[in-house]
Design a protein around this ligand. Structure first.
Ligand code: AGP
Length: 612
């Protein structure tokens, strides 16, 4: 989604804005622009294309210490210079992240005053509305305008007669801010503030922030001063850089041993010779699960796929029914929930609009809510009753990798903690699982060492137009993740199928040379999976088989059963998804690279989908 940055202070605003937009590029966009306060008034520079080309359009002589910048991910109106932000009307210039749902009726009302939009955007209508309400008091105009807007928004606003001052307000879309020695900075994402400060705050919804070079003043819509709570990040600029890797995605794939370690470490206690899960730092009571009549996991995309693994683990260990719901479906399905329901929402960004809406619906219906989130202080992390952070650090690549395995780690901890509390597993049994969990990072390291094998194998997939993932149980859950990883960055059409389902339709799609990635890490269904491999091979498929070293003695594993055979280091079947996922991530990465695509910012996609 759109990237936003605002700055007013003592250094060159143009540089702050352009650097900030570059740090926000990973969110995905198609055009960019800035507006700066100069001695000539507010000057705007914008165009379609990358931030780098925008930099070339700004005259070197432009001097300013205050401005706003935006990268646009088109929602209303095509990718054109006119539709790029910032948008101006009269004394108002603004940038916006979100969707104004009633912009058509507002545009019609404004047209009666002779105000006609030049662009196709909802944002310009917001600028027109604000200008029509502005009589010299920004607070009055903003307060009145938000009463008439429906939808989600994060605005940074310049008023022509308020030199070097920025006004901001949000609802639904994120805005974080910090006061640094260089001046006041506000942005849609902490990554753009890191260069100036590790201490920041989230602008509360319906609060107005007034940024001057020496201060940030926050007030509610009635003019009462608000003091937002301060947050801090424990990662630095380098964490949000590539550090020598060709792409953020490859770097983040390689960060997984550490991100898994950092996620489990604060949740481990050693007692009486046992290694046990401990949620005291998360302040999560055992009865949160013990009293649960049913558990619903809801999320989008990769986060939802982590939920598919979580469901199997929790049901297997806790024997409580668990369902996984796609958040965009869940929020409109009038789901059956009550105070005995536990809803677990999973989100890397903590800002995904559908997941946030699902969380709010669950709370409305009286369910208890637990969030598994990576970005500290994000909307979902703040609004859920309980939150468990994944400590994966900033994930910049659109394709989620380290956040996924960190989410898995949290689900293993949840399943083990509450199986122990419910007496479903003894401390000894739990400790054995915990030892396996602690051994995961090292096993991921082993797989990462095989990247050259994967790189070579990926050449065989590069020309593919269709590709299928098949698996059973946990392998099917992981197949779903392998499929989205591949298609979102290679643009190869791929599907994940429960291997037993092939005969009910999909087999008709298998022809000579069709690549099929078969996940066979689960001992209990391995012979069945091999039968499915034989079915697709009989139709000419090129099979890549992934197995678990622990099961390699299985007689079903005949010689020559597949074209390529990848083996994950021996582990209990429950932990196979952590390891097999790394193979699938590397396959997607190298295939995309061979196809010469923009691995980190695939077409049409954004890192955080903050609009529905
Ligand atoms: C995953 O690779 C995709 N980028 C996408 O499916 C993503 O997982 C989804 O949009 C959910 O994002 P979230 O975890 O930030 O809520």
């Amino acid at each position: 989604m759109c990237g936003i940055i605002g700055f007013t202070g003592y250094i060159d605003a143009k540089e702050v804005l352009l650097n900030g937009l570059a740090e926000l590029e990973y969110r995905g966009y198609d055009s960019a622009g800035i507006a700066v306060c100069t001695e000539r008034g507010i000057e705007t520079f914008k165009n379609v294309g990358k931030v780098a080309s925008l930099r070339n359009e700004i005259p070197a002589e432009i001097q300013s210490s205050c401005g706003i910048g935006h990268t646009r991910w088109a929602t209303h109106g095509g990718v054109t210079k006119t539709n790029a932000h910032p948008h101006s009307c009269g004394k108002v210039t603004l940038i916006h992240n979100g969707i104004i749902e009633n912009y058509h009726e507002l545009a019609n009302e404004l047209a009666k005053e002779g105000r006609i939009a030049q662009s196709q955007t909802d944002t310009e209508v917001a600028a027109m509305l604000l200008d029509s309400l502005y009589t010299g008091d920004p607070y009055a105009a903003i307060s009145e305008a938000v009463k008439r807007l429906t939808g989600a928004y994060a605005f940074c606003i310049l008023f022509a007669d308020q030199k070097d001052v920025i006004y901001c307000i949000r609802k639904g879309s994120p805005l974080v801010a910090c006061m640094a020695e260089e001046g006041a900075v506000i942005a849609s994402d902490m990554v753009a503030l890191l260069r100036y400060s590790k201490e920041y705050f989230v602008l509360p919804e319906y609060n107005i922030a007034k940024l001057t070079k020496n201060s940030i003043m926050v007030t509610d819509l009635y003019g009462n001063t608000v003091t937002p709570s301060m947050l801090s990040v424990n990662w630095d600029m380098s964490a949000a850089q590539k550090n020598g890797f060709k792409h953020y995605m490859l770097k983040e794939i390689h960060e997984q041993p550490e991100s898994v370690r950092l996620t489990i470490r604060p949740r481990i206690k050693r007692e009486n010779g046992f290694v046990l899960p401990d949620f005291s730092e998360d302040k999560i009571p055992d009865d949160l699960f013990m009293n649960a009549g049913r558990i619903i996991i809801t999320a989008c995309g990769t986060a939802m796929h982590a939920g598919l693994v979580g469901r199997i683990l929790i049901e297997r260990m806790l024997r409580i029914p668990v369902t996984v719901e796609i958040a965009s479906e869940f929020r409109y399905a009038d789901p059956i929930m009550d105070e005995r329901s536990l809803v677990i929402v999973v989100s890397q960004s903590g800002e995904t609009a559908d997941t946030l809406a699902a969380l709010r619906l669950a709370k409305e219906k009286g369910a208890k809510t637990l969030a598994i989130v990576n970005v500290k202080g994000s909307s979902i992390s703040r609004e859920a009753d309980y939150c468990m952070y994944t400590h994966a650090g900033p994930e910049i690549a659109v394709a989620s990798t380290k956040a996924y395995t960190a989410q898995l780690a949290v689900f293993y901890l949840i399943a083990l903690r509450f199986a122990m509390a419910a007496g479903k597993l003894s401390d000894k049994q739990v400790s054995e699982y915990m030892n396996e969990l602690e051994a995961v990072p090292e096993k991921i390291e082993k797989i990462l060492k095989k990247r050259d094998v994967i790189k070579e194998l990926s050449k065989r997939l590069t020309p593919a137009s269709d590709l299928f993932f098949i698996g059973r149980g946990l392998d099917y859950a992981l197949s779903c993740e392998g499929s989205i990883k591949l298609k979102e960055i290679t643009y190869i059409h791929s599907e994940a199928y429960a291997a037993g389902e092939l005969k009910h339709g999909t087999l008709s799609l298998i022809t000579g040379g069709t690549p099929v990635i078969a996940l066979g890490t689960q001992k209990d269904v391995f012979p069945k999976l091999i039968s499915n491999v034989k079915e697709v091979r009989a139709r000419g498929a090129m099979v890549i088989l992934v197995t678990n070293e622990a099961n390699d003695g299985d007689e079903a594993l005949e010689k020559g059963i597949c074209a390529e055979h990848l083996v994950i280091p021996a582990c209990k079947d429950e932990f196979a998804p952590f390891l097999a996922a790394v193979y699938l991530q590397l396959i997607a990465y190298y295939t995309s690279s061979y196809r010469g695509l923009d691995v980190d910012q695939p077409r049409n996609l954004a890192k955080s989908v903050t609009v529905e």
